[in-house]
Ligand binder design. Structure first.
Ligand SMILES: N[C@H](CCC[C@H](N)C(=O)O)C(=O)O
Length: 261
């Protein structure tokens, strides 16, 4: 059986995307997802998403990490599946869709290449020594460092993700360095178990943690550079709650093909 797949990337976070409205894949098991995401034995991707229909929303997003496990929210994946829904003709430039962490509003600008995705409100930020821990749809650890270009993100990210506190449930580990006009962020992703080129829920968590650390209040826009490009995070912060949170960045179809199963 031939099943159409698409590859999308958002700031270098790359995903296999499948239109599953007619459920072409009968048995979705973790081993198959992991094999499709494998960069040598499969298509390759940081994750895989199925788009299905939903009675109350434009569509539903189902996200799997590259290791084959069902993931929590993926921000860049969310931006990519919005571009995919437009490609399929399900939506035009605005949408309300459902993901694992609830409903999301998104809008597409600049000829379809830039997607602004609303993320969940966040209220709680915990501390782990000098790092911050928060959930922006996925769990994140945020640590400010210097010399981030040269940091061994795999080594340090792996150690934190697998320490006694986080080993069982896992966590995504973000390192951030403040630059004059932006934040530079590198992320070790749970479920990929490696550094990725971008992590949308991660940069959202970083922007919030830095706003809290610097006691900033009001409407805050944070440009972020990641290994795969540029993202921007916008939110309102009243000192307690981060609301009207938007993750903004590119989302691009790069490839399409057939899976033979
Ligand atoms: N790359 C994703 C995060 C995927 C979440 C996953 N790594 C997990 O925690 O299950 C993003 O853009 O937000």
């Amino acid at each position: 059986m031939n099943i159409s797949f698409y590859k999308y990337q958002g700031a270098g976070n790359d995903f296999i995307v499948i239109d599953h409205r007619e459920a072409p894949l009968k048995n979705i098991d973790n081993a198959l997802v992991a094999q499709l995401c494998d960069r040598r034995f499969g298509i390759g991707g940081d994750g895989l998403m199925f788009l299905t229909s939903h009675p109350e929303y434009d569509f539903e997003m189902h996200y799997y990490n590259a290791d084959g496990n069902v993931g929590t929210m993926c921000g860049n994946g969310g931006r990519c599946i919005v571009a995919f829904a437009k490609h399929l003709g399900i939506i035009e430039n605005e949408t309300n869709f459902l993901a694992v962490d609830g409903p999301h509003y998104a809008k597409i600008t600049e000829e379809g290449n830039w997607v602004e995705l609303q993320m969940i409100d966040v209220e709680q930020i915990a501390n782990d020594e000098d790092a911050f821990v928060l959930n922006t749809g996925s769990p994140h650890y945020v640590k400010e460092v210097s010399g981030l270009e040269a940091l061994d993100v795999y080594k340090h990210g792996y150690e934190i993700r697998n320490n006694d506190t986080y080993k069982v449930n896992g966590i995504n580990v973000n390192f951030v360095e403040k630059k004059p006009n932006h934040l530079f962020v590198r992320t070790f992703e749970r479920g990929v178990e490696d550094e990725t080129y971008a992590c949308g829920t991660g940069v959202t968590a970083v922007a919030m943690a830095m706003a809290k650390k610097d006691n900033r209040i009001g409407h805050i826009e944070t440009p972020v550079k990641v290994l795969g490009g540029n993202l921007e995070i916008k939110f309102n912060y009243n000192g307690q709650v981060f609301s009207d949170v938007f993750l903004c960045g590119p989302a691009e179809k790069v490839f399409e093909g057939k899976i033979i199963v």
